[in-house]
Design a protein around this ligand. Structure first.
Ligand SMILES: Cc1ncc(COP(=O)(O)O)c(C=O)c1O
Length: 405
């Protein structure tokens, strides 16, 4: 077997299941999961209906799909990204700058396998806490992860100033997660421009995971994106920059497995070659409905309104007992806990029949080789996802409010 497999860590939900294994809720109240980051709003009707079209299905099921994706899908994606991130017309082209992927998870993983050199001292920089795929991708790509803490003092953003120059010199890939999971923090345009400068100076690629970019609360202030920062810099070739987007959160289609990767054409050409061997083309009917989803904004605006309503109603209830804020974007609270996060999660399960994710499971305690000394920045926090219905989220908040903390 590949010896690198043994470096992989248990997934947060395995650790959560173990934590809850012997616990019995002391209440008859129905279970409410605030732990899982799976969107629960209804998928758009027009997509569900389109997927029932026999002609579309016959065509999709009856042929091998192209790894590069259909022209129609790539055009829909290029148009969407150009409009959303205010890109100069015809700089992000359907021909060269866009590839469909089966959700960002597989793409974030496989991208590292394609771009990492395999050299013994290669480093992948990533936020801490983080989406665990970044770490697994780095380890299986033969690189050393370098965990960048996201402390409250830094607005829960990665403290890139803490990364020693010697580490930047070894860096081949930087994973950025903005809006952040679990923090909800957004890197602004100046922060993105600074990272691009670092990428140029030390010659690394930025993989910007922007899969929460469409879940935000002020319609006039959508989160900035890495391609947008390139456009503002006049960097119309998007050199060293690649973004990852998904229909899972934007369009409530996590089961469709549909997203895209876009940016630097030179990198995408090689990643495309990798993907043809990897064998991960998106099914034709999935491509067809994905194009429809990228071309429609009405359902996305309506989706945001649902999250806005939930956060507006739930936040004041929870604020009576926990230090929660409406996040800048995304659908997570990331509050500090009154006791250690695992004990607190156990108490919420036993006394309120509510599952939350201990922050410890989403972060790492770095060693000298992986981030210098320092605590696990996830410890002492929990992640709570407001994905359930408004009614369930309010019930959960009320139960937590009544718990004597
Ligand atoms: C930060 C982050 N990136 C990527 C993903 C993967 O999403 P998908 O593969 O559905 O696009 C998730 C899913 O929860 C996530 O939280």
């Amino acid at each position: 077997m590949n010896p690198r497999l043994s470096a992989l860590q248990a997934y947060p939900f395995e650790r959560l299941n173990a934590l809850k294994a012997n616990l019995k809720p002391a209440t008859e109240a129905a279970h409410i999961a605030l732990s899982i980051g799976e969107p629960k709003h209804a998928p758009p009707d027009f997509i569900v209906e389109a997927l029932q079209d026999n002609g579309l299905l016959r065509q999709g099921l009856g042929g091998y799909p192209a790894t590069r994706g259909s022209d129609e899908l790539r055009s829909a994606i290029a148009d969407w990204a150009t409009q959303r991130f205010d890109l100069k017309p015809d700089t992000l082209t359907a021909e060269q700058h866009v590839l469909p992927v089966n959700g960002t998870r597989e793409a974030l993983f496989s991208f590292a396998q394609a771009v990492l050199s395999g050299s013994a001292d290669s480093v992948v920089v990533m936020p801490n806490p983080f989406y665990q795929i970044y770490e697994g991708a780095a380890l299986l790509g033969g690189a050393q992860p370098w965990y960048v803490p996201c402390p409250a003092e830094n607005g829960l953003l990665p403290d890139f100033d803490s990364v020693p120059e010697a580490v930047w010199r070894r860096t081949e890939l930087l994973y950025l997660c903005s809006p952040g999971n679990p923090t909800g923090a957004v890197v602004d345009l100046s922060g993105l421009k600074r990272l691009i400068e670092l990428a140029d100076r030390f010659d690394f690629i930025i993989a910007a995971d922007e899969c929460y970019s469409e879940i935000y609360f002020d319609e006039s202030q959508p989160p900035a994106g890495l391609l947008e920062a390139c456009a503002k810099l006049g960097r119309d070739d998007y050199r060293r920059c690649v973004v990852f987007h998904s229909l899972s959160k934007r369009s409530n289609l996590p089961g469709l497995r549909s997203g895209f990767v876009a940016g630097d054409a030179r990198i995408l050409a090689q990643y495309y070659q990798y993907r043809t061997y990897h064998g991960c083309a998106m099914a034709g009917h999935v491509q067809a409905v994905s194009a429809m989803a990228w071309r429609d904004e009405a359902h996305v605006t309506a989706n945001r309104a649902l999250y806005r309503e939930k956060f507006t109603q739930v936040t004041p209830v929870l604020q009576q007992v926990l230090d929660v804020q409406i996040p800048q974007a995304g659908f997570y609270y990331w509050p500090a806990t009154p006791t250690d996060d695992e004990t607190f999660a156990q108490r919420l399960f036993e006394q309120c029949h509510i599952t939350v994710l201990p922050g410890t499971y989403l972060g790492r305690q770095p060693t000298a080789e992986t981030g210098g000394a320092g605590p696990n920045p996830g410890s002492g926090r929990i992640r709570m996802a407001l994905v359930a219905s408004l009614d369930e989220c309010l019930q959960a908040a009320e139960r937590i409010r009544q718990l004597s903390l």
